[in-house]
Design a protein around this ligand. Structure first.
Ligand code: GLT
Ligand code: MN
Ligand code: MN
Length: 382
């Protein structure tokens, strides 16, 4: 019942299961894994697809012939296993050249190098059959506020995304961009700190139809926000092109915990938004195993992400079929929408003659009971 199937569209990045447990205070605790072995491992545990950064697969200094050899070996692993290649992205944060930003760097040569590197990563993603390209501007930000003009940063970032859209159109690639926000880490403050900031940027782009968002549970939670609310908004706007699922304690560094390991209730409502809201894109687990784990622990971590998603999906079904809960929701008119158009209803027609403000203010909503029912359901008591 909780066995992943291809239609669940579960994916992992090479950097997620390949994470070696390094942190700012300690070295790697796990050996590197060959990307080809990661492909086999993901296929074995029932994932549908794999994602990568350019440099997860091809080292930054690889020659063209080394690159082609690495890529063809990787393609062979995909063919052998039937694992899909789903999303590509670009590392614009690791190499020292990006220490003060990539698309928003003050140095025009660095901005151009960042775009050139991204173009090559797009070519790689297209060659592997990917249709989604994520842009996470990890180094686009500041510690020293005097060093950047934040309005110019918006202009530079917009120009970069416009350039990349033109490139994709010019090449005839079937590819869309998904912008991923994060409030801080590795910079003191990162531009476009939340998904809402990107949703506001997109309509100002030259090709807004080619650009959506890639919200991450951990990143919105670091900012203290409700993840499922922003996911719902992106989905409603037709802009949820991709999603990074993981978990996080509020206000901490980016923990990238196993999906649903920390916030069961928020994860439940997230799965509900995705499933009931008709999201049909990949479910990417952008998380990693605890630093204490060896390779067996990494597999348990990855299987756990998928299992927890499927358990919560089952709980959503139970919620939607629960007579008592559904009756309460119907009485509350949770899903009903009564259109209100100015042309049909003028302000003096808005209120019924017997409208009673005080009575509405005094009425109890019964949310205590409703929330307890959700708790009972999630803990298996119901
Ligand atoms: C990095 C980051 C993730 C992003 C990846 C895509 S890189 O691991 O922490 O949230 O999704 O660039
Ligand atoms: Mn992410
Ligand atoms: Mn993260």
């Amino acid at each position: 019942m909780y066995t992943p199937k291809p239609e669940d569209k579960f994916t992992f990045g090479l950097w997620t299961v390949g994470n070696r447990g390094r942190d700012p205070f300690g070295a790697e605790t796990r050996p590197p894994i060959d990307p080809v072995d990661i492909v086999h491992m993901l296929a074995d545990i029932g994932a549908w697809g794999v994602n990568l950064h350019d440099n997860d697969l091809v080292p930054i200094d690889a020659t063209p012939s080394e690159r082609n050899q690495i890529v063809s070996r990787f393609k062979k692993a995909l063919e052998e296993t039937g694992l899909q290649f789903v999303m590509g992205t670009v590392t614009l944060f690791f190499d020292p050249i990006f220490k003060d930003g990539a698309f928003t760097s003050n140095v025009p040569e660095i901005r151009r190098y960042a775009i050139r590197k991204t173009v090559e990563a797009i070519d790689l993603a297209a060659e592997l059959g990917g249709k989604i390209f994520v842009l996470w501007g990890g180094r686009e930000g500041t510690e020293v506020n005097a060093s950047k003009n934040p309005m110019e940063a918006v202009k530079r970032f917009r120009e970069a995304v416009n350039y990349l859209c033109e490139y994709v159109i010019d090449k005839g690639y079937d590819m869309k961009f998904a912008l991923e926000a994060k409030p801080n880490e590795p910079r003191g403050d990162i531009f476009f700190s939340t998904t809402g900031a990107y949703l506001a940027l997109i309509p100002t782009l030259d090709h807004p139809e080619m650009v959506g968002v890639n919200p991450e549970f951990a990143h919105e939670t670091m900012a203290g926000l409700s993840f499922h609310h922003i996911v719902a908004q992106a989905l409603e706007m037709g802009k949820l092109f991709h999603i990074d699922l993981n978990d996080q304690k509020i206000g901490r560094y980016d923990q990238d915990l196993r999906f649903a390991s920390e916030n069961i209730k928020e994860s439940f409502f997230l799965v509900k938004v995705l499933e009931d809201g008709g999201y049909d894109g990949p479910r990417h687990f952008d998380a990693h195993a605890y630093r204490t784990e060896d390779i067996e622990g990494v597999k348990e971590f990855a299987k756990g992400c998928m299992r927890s998603y499927l358990i919560l999906k089952e709980k959503v079904k139970q919620f939607n079929e629960d007579k008592e809960i559904q009756q309460i929701l119907a009485e509350l008119k949770v899903d009903s929408h009564e259109p209100l158009l100015y042309k049909d209803i003028k302000p003096d027609q808005l209120l019924a003659p017997d409208f009673d403000r005080k009575a509405w203010g005094a009425k109890g909503y019964g949310y205590e009971r409703l929330d307890q029912l959700v708790f009972d359901l999630l803990t298996g008591v119901r």
